[in-house]
Ligand binder design. Structure first.
Ligand code: XIL
Length: 508
């Protein structure tokens, strides 16, 4: 199938992919806004290669504004971690409740993201009434459940994990109420019911430990061959990819994906995470990055691998510590929502890296510490994060925040009110722009007297403040770098330079 068809319902957002990887110099010469050398979100980088890059999410974490900001900006696809499962959607027979799943599909719609529906038929998180049904009633209950749920999410869900985890480790069918009642035929029945309810959705079988060649993936391979021979509607195989550094990388993952692709099926990495034994040491962190990188490389090498979903992008909300005692740190971002080396490894594998050779990969997180945008002070809060693979010497780093002075004095004072590094390490000055731009005729420039920022490290908060020397009021509302968000986010409108070269953010 062509890429075009595969992408038919995928919406891309944000920067046009042409900007990905564009060098600052080239665009400034062209007269447009200068962009950083490290440009593009994970999804934009993936989309440039015809893939999506997504994350699981769950209702309890969505009110976390900083979490939601990164989920909405960095990822182009979401999978609800729990809210479309049977125990949530049909807790009592015939009583459907799609409220929680709708919150996730609404979020996705607002952020231009596609949604993988997860999951219609699974032995786990099944309400007690299903397990208690006489076998003779299971098929009707299953068909009704699929019909109601897949119909409800028509148009909102692009792909369904119709059946989740049908196999045991040795490749025999897993016992479940469905298998007990219908034998393995329940899988074809489920796929047919899903297709009837939503003919446009891509229909998947999904399982774990089928990423590499082995008995379990052989069983999946035999099953899908049979289903395709019988003309059962099936579009893809989902490989969960809950990996662990202590168990090694899946054996021949690329060849395994390719054999499914060769049957005319899509493959997707549906629940990627790479857990380590806690506390994580440097070797585990390095191995973890390698595993993430290899998954991305393998997916990109297989044309029918349509995308990758991480099973929530941050350690803050990962399911791992609750399920595997003593293990964790499995995500791309840490508990403080800061990117880890694995994030950088994924970026690099997606073709967006500046790792190693570049001037340094940094981003600035910003929040306004000022409740009034019309008073006589501007109070930006900044945090500088090293998103690259090598340490950055802070004495070569500067950050610029642009604003307009408006009427009144054209001389300014700036202040460091507080910094996790200590304000004595932070330098600041106000400079006038030679050529004012939209929302910008001056900028606050922040620098550092010394120190090093390790890969994935943050400076922590730096609370800054500035005023005109006559203490007249500002109108910040139209200032280029100004935002009203109260949690730290990468707005892209504050620039960071290493040795004078733009490495993050966009200039006015
Ligand atoms: C997990 C959720 O992340 C947890 O919050 C929940 O308690 C248990 O299920 N394979 C799957 C997912 O297909 O549905 C599981 O999600 C993780 C393993």
């Amino acid at each position: 199938m062509s890429l075009v068809k595969r992408c038919r319902r995928r919406r891309t957002r944000g920067l046009p992919t042409l900007l990905v990887g564009t060098l600052a110099l080239a665009t400034s010469l062209a007269g447009g806004p200068a962009t950083a050398a490290q440009q593009g979100t994970l999804h934009e980088l993936a989309a440039a290669q015809g893939r999506y890059f997504g994350s699981a999410t769950d209702n309890p974490e969505l009110p976390d504004a900083a979490y939601a900001a990164t989920l909405g900006s960095e990822f182009g696809q979401v999978t609800p971690g729990n809210s479309m499962k049977w125990d949530t959607t049909e807790p009592a027979r015939g009583q459907f409740d799609f409220t929680k799943g709708d919150v996730v599909t609404d979020f996705a719609r607002q952020h231009g993201q596609s949604v993988r529906g997860h999951t219609l038929v699974w032995h786990s998180q099944l309400p007690g009434w299903v397990t208690a049904l006489p076998s003779a009633q299971i098929e009707a209950a299953m068909e009704n459940h699929i019909t109601e749920e897949a119909t409800h999410y028509r148009g909102a869900v692009t792909a369904w994990d119709v059946v989740n985890e049908p196999f045991n480790e040795d490749g025999t069918f897993r016992t479940s109420p469905f298998y007990t009642a219908m034998g393995s035929d329940y899988i074809a029945t489920a796929l047919r019911a899903a297709h009837a309810a939503d003919p446009d959705a891509r229909l998947y079988l999904n399982d774990y430990n089928i990423e590499g060649l082995g008995a379990k993936s052989d069983a999946m391979y035999a099953l899908v061959n049979e289903l395709l021979d019988e003309g059962v509607p099936l579009d893809g195989v989902g490989m969960q990819a809950h990996l662990a550094v202590q168990y090694g990388f899946p054996y021949e993952m690329r060849a395994n994906m390719q054999r499914f692709a060769d049957l005319g099926l899509d493959v997707a990495v549906t629940e990627l995470d790479v857990r380590v034994q806690l506390p994580a040491d440097a070797a585990e962190v390095a191995t973890q990055s390698t595993y993430y990188r290899r998954v991305v490389e393998d997916c990109l090498a297989v044309e029918r691998c349509v995308g990758i979903t991480v099973w929530d992008y941050t350690d803050k909300y990962s399911w791992v510590p609750g399920t595997f005692p003593g293990e964790g740190a499995a995500g791309l971002y840490d508990e403080n929502l800061l990117p880890k080396p694995a994030y950088d490894a994924v970026r690099t594998a997606l073709g967006g890296g500046e790792e190693g050779g570049g001037p340094g990969a940094l981003k600035v997180l910003y929040r306004s510490n000022d409740s009034s945008s019309a008073d006589n002070q501007i109070k930006p809060g900044l945090q500088l994060v090293n998103t690259g693979g090598s340490a950055v010497s802070l004495s070569s780093v500067t950050v610029r925040y642009w604003f307009t002075g408006g009427n009144g004095a054209s001389t300014y004072s700036s202040w460091c009110d507080w910094s996790a590094l200590g304000c004595s390490t932070v330098t600041h000055r106000i400079a006038a722009m030679d050529t004012p731009g939209a929302g910008a005729d001056h900028y606050l420039e922040v620098g550092f007297t010394g120190g090093t920022l390790a890969p994935a490290a943050s400076t922590g908060e730096i609370q800054l403040r500035l005023n005109k020397t006559d203490w007249s009021n500002f109108d910040e509302s139209d200032d280029y770098s100004h935002g009203t968000g109260t949690s730290y986010t990468d707005t892209g409108k504050i620039a960071v330079y290493v040795g004078g070269e733009l490495v993050g953010g966009i200039e006015p």
